[in-house]
Design a protein around this ligand. Structure first.
Ligand code: NAD
Length: 245
């Protein structure tokens, strides 16, 4: 039996990058997976397609989150992966982008946790993994004001949920990656005047001299979702090639 045999997992932003790799890794370990994303056209071609159910979900839509939680029913694992990376200093971040960063990165978790936590409490167990970043309360970097602030809020939310429900069978940990090779990173690099130079700069942030892979992050998510991490809650799991050393 796999390390997540018999468990049901719900994932936001599972069409590409870390969310997709984690959907595959959870399924490979025996979980039944609900893989959701706003981009339904990319929610296809999973290797473990028998174990992975796909649904459209926009995490900024209150009613849609409530409706899908009703359809899915009880889950063991909630992996909040949806996130958005706006560029900009505090001075050049437009208010709409600031609000959108918090809506996708933080308020999304308010919605999904409110929707799924009551079922977890009723069954007496549940695991929540919230995707933050090392760019958060852990580290500041230029050009990421709204992103860093919103990811710091994710860590605060994670700790408050962990503290509130620690005696109720609920564990809640924050995932804090360094720079990971994903489709959106490609998009961010293309936004620079010299994408090749920007890529060298992003790689150089990790003293290991490379980017992380979605599969490396997924392996940590499997551990956090499994009973192997039963003694861990409220933590910030740094996986960053040494970026914060
Ligand atoms: P990505 O950015 O390449 O893909 C993001 C996915 O989110 C896409 O499939 C997109 O369709 C989906 N999405 C966007 N808006 C949505 C919405 N409103 N509702 C539902 N889905 C929506 O993926 P990634 O780079 O693996 O990032 C995943 C998470 O990891 C994010 O929270 C990100 O902030 C975090 N993270 C990424 C890195 C990195 O270097 N890639 C580093 C640290 C943290």
């Amino acid at each position: 039996p796999g390390r997540l045999a018999g468990k049901t997992a719900f994932i936001t932003a599972a069409a590409q990058g870390i969310g997709r790799a984690t959907a595959e890794a959870f399924a490979a370990e025996g979980a039944r997976v609900w893989a959701t994303d706003i981009a339904t056209d990319k929610l296809t071609g999973f290797h473990h397609k028998d174990a992975i159910h796909t649904r459209r979900l926009d995490v900024t839509d209150d009613a849609a989150v409530a409706a899908i939680a009703k359809e899915v029913g009880d889950i063991d694992i909630l992996f909040n992966c949806a996130g958005w990376v706006p560029a900009g200093s505090i001075l050049d971040t437009r208010k709409a982008d600031w609000m959108r960063a918090f809506d996708i990165n933080v308020h999304s978790m308010y919605r999904t946790i409110q929707a799924f936590l009551p079922g977890m409490l009723a069954q007496g167990h549940g695991v929540i993994i919230n995707t933050a970043s090392v760019v958060s309360s852990l580290k500041g970097v230029p050009n990421r004001a709204a992103y860093g602030a919103s990811k710091a809020a994710v860590i605060g939310l994670t700790k408050s949920v962990a503290a509130e429900y620690v005696t109720k069978g609920i564990r809640c940990n924050a995932l804090c990656p360094g720079t990971v090779e994903t489709p959106s990173l490609q998009d961010r690099l293309q936004a620079y005047a010299d994408p090749a130079a920007a890529r060298r700069d992003f790689v150089a942030r990790q003293p290991m001299g490379r980017l992380g892979t979605p599969e490396e992050i997924a392996a940590l998510c499997v551990y956090l979702a499994s009973d192997e991490s039963a003694f861990m809650t409220g933590t910030t799991q740094i996986i960053d090639g040494g970026m914060t050393v």
